[in-house]
Design a protein around this ligand. Structure first.
Ligand code: ADP
Length: 338
C-alpha cells in the first residue's frame, strides 16, 4: 500500500539507510536521477549521483536546502533535490522536475537582454548625433537637417518597439479578446489592402480575393494581426512583386492568407518565426522598420481567437502566411464581390 502510494508521487523519492545506501526508490527517482533499479539497489547514493557538493549536501541534510541537478546527458532537464532526515539515522531524497521553471526563467532573461539591446542601439545613434550637433560650432543647415532626420528615424524605431512591447504584454495579460463582435470580413480586408497600398507606395501589385463572410472576433485585434501580415509582405517583397490577400472557406474553416512573390524564407527558419525578436535577416528587418515582434503579436492574437497560423514559403520565390479560423466563428454571406 505504502509503495503504491510512493510510486504515484510526481516527485522522485529515494529512501536511504544509515550508511546513505539506497534502500528503496520509486520509478520517478530512477528517471530523474538516472538510477538503475536492480543494479543500484544497496549502493551508496553519493557514488551514483555525480554532482559537485552532493556528498556534503547529503551529510548536512538541512531542512529547506536544495541542490540543482542538470544531467549532462539530458539537455534542458533540471531537477531540484532535497534531503530530509527521518527516524534516528535515515534520510529521504526528494527530486522535483523544475525544467519548465528553468525554461521560463531562461526565456525571461533572453527577453530582457534582447529588449535592452534593441533599445540601446537606436539610443546610441541618437546620443552620437546629439553630441556631434552640440559640438558643431558652425553647422551647415543641410547637414543639420539630415542629422535631425536620422535622430527622428531612430526615435521612431524606439517608439515602434515600445508600442509593440506594450501590445504583446497586454495580449499576454488577458486571455480573452476584448469586445467580440460579428463583422463583414470583406470590409476589414479592403481596409487593410488600402493600408498595404499606402505602405507600398505603388511598388507592388496588391489585390484581394474575398468570399463574403461574417467573422466573430475582436475587429481591432484582427485588424492588427492581418495588417502585420500585409506589412511583412510589402517589406519583404522587392519592387514589382505581387501580393494577394485572400479570404476563403476551406472544409468549413475560414482562411485569411497573404501570398507574396517576395524573398521567401529558408525552411529551417520557419518554425521559429513567431518567437519574439527572431529574424531571418536582422539588417533587412531593421532597414524596413521591423521590430522583430510582429509575428509574435500575430500568433498571440490568433491564439486568442482559437485560430492557427500556417506558414508556407520557398526561399527566393515567395511566402504565404495563413490564419485559419474555426467554423463556429463564421457565418457565410451571399455571393462573392470582387
Ligand atoms: P520583423 O519586424 O523583423 O518583420 P516579424 O516578427 O514580423 O518581425 O517577422 C519575423 C521575421 O520573419 C522577419 O524578420 C523576416 O525575416 C521573416 N518574415 C516575416 N514575413 C515575411 C515575408 N512575408 N517574407 C519573407 N520573410 C518574412
Amino acid at each position: 500500500m505504502f509503495s503504491r502510494a510512493a510510486e504515484a508521487s510526481p516527485d522522485g523519492l529515494v529512501f536511504l539507510d544509515a550508511e546513505d545506501r539506497i534502500a528503496w526508490r520509486n520509478r520517478v527517482a530512477e528517471q530523474h536521477l538516472g538510477l538503475h533499479g536492480e543494479r543500484d539497489a544497496g549502493l551508496p547514493v553519493a557514488n551514483l549521483i555525480r554532482l559537485p557538493g552532493f556528498a556534503d549536501f547529503l551529510a548536512r541534510a538541512r531542512a529547506g536546502e536544495s541542490l540543482a541537478y542538470r544531467p549532462q546527458e539530458r539537455k534542458g532537464k533540471a531537477y531540484s533535490v532535497e534531503a530530509i532526515r527521518f527516524g534516528t539515522d535515515r534520510k529521504l531524497l526528494i527530486s522535483t522536475d523544475v525544467s519548465h521553471i528553468e525554461r521560463a526563467e531562461n526565456m525571461r532573461r533572453d527577453f530582457v537582454a534582447n529588449v535592452s539591446h534593441e533599445l540601446r542601439t537606436p539610443l546610441t545613434v541618437i546620443s552620437g548625433y546629439i553630441e556631434h550637433m552640440h559640438d558643431d560650432a558652425a553647422p551647415d543647415p543641410a547637414e543639420w537637417k539630415r542629422q535631425m532626420e536620422m535622430v527622428n528615424d531612430q526615435a521612431g524605431r524606439m517608439l515602434r518597439l515600445v508600442d509593440d512591447l506594450l501590445t504583446l504584454s497586454r495580449l499576454e495579460d488577458d486571455t480573452q479578446p476584448p469586445g467580440e463582435e460579428e463583422f463583414d470580413v470583406r470590409d476589414l480586408i479592403y481596409d487593410i489592402s488600402a493600408e498595404g497600398r499606402r505602405l507600398s507606395g505603388g511598388r507592388h501589385s496588391i489585390t484581394c480575393e474575398v468570399a463574403p463572410t461574417l467573422l466573430k472576433g475582436s475587429r481591432e485585434e484582427l485588424r492588427s494581426a492581418f495588417s502585420n501580415l500585409v506589412s511583412n509582405a510589402v517589406r519583404y517583397t522587392p519592387e514589382g512583386g505581387r501580393i494577394v490577400l485572400h479570404w476563403a472557406l476551406r472544409e468549413g474553416k475560414g482562411v485569411f492568407s497573404v501570398e507574396d512573390s517576395g524573398i521567401g524564407i529558408p525552411e529551417e527558419h520557419i518554425p521559429r518565426l513567431t518567437e519574439r525578436f527572431y529574424r531571418v535577416d536582422r539588417g533587412r528587418s531593421r532597414a524596413s522598420g521591423g521590430t522583430g515582434l510582429g509575428l509574435a503579436i500575430v500568433k498571440h492574437i490568433l491564439l486568442r481567437h482559437q485560430a492557427a497560423l500556417e506558414i508556407g514559403s520557398v526561399a527566393g520565390a515567395g511566402s504565404t502566411f495563413a490564419a485559419v479560423f474555426p467554423a463556429w466563428r463564421l457565418r457565410p454571406l451571399g455571393e462573392a464581390r470582387s
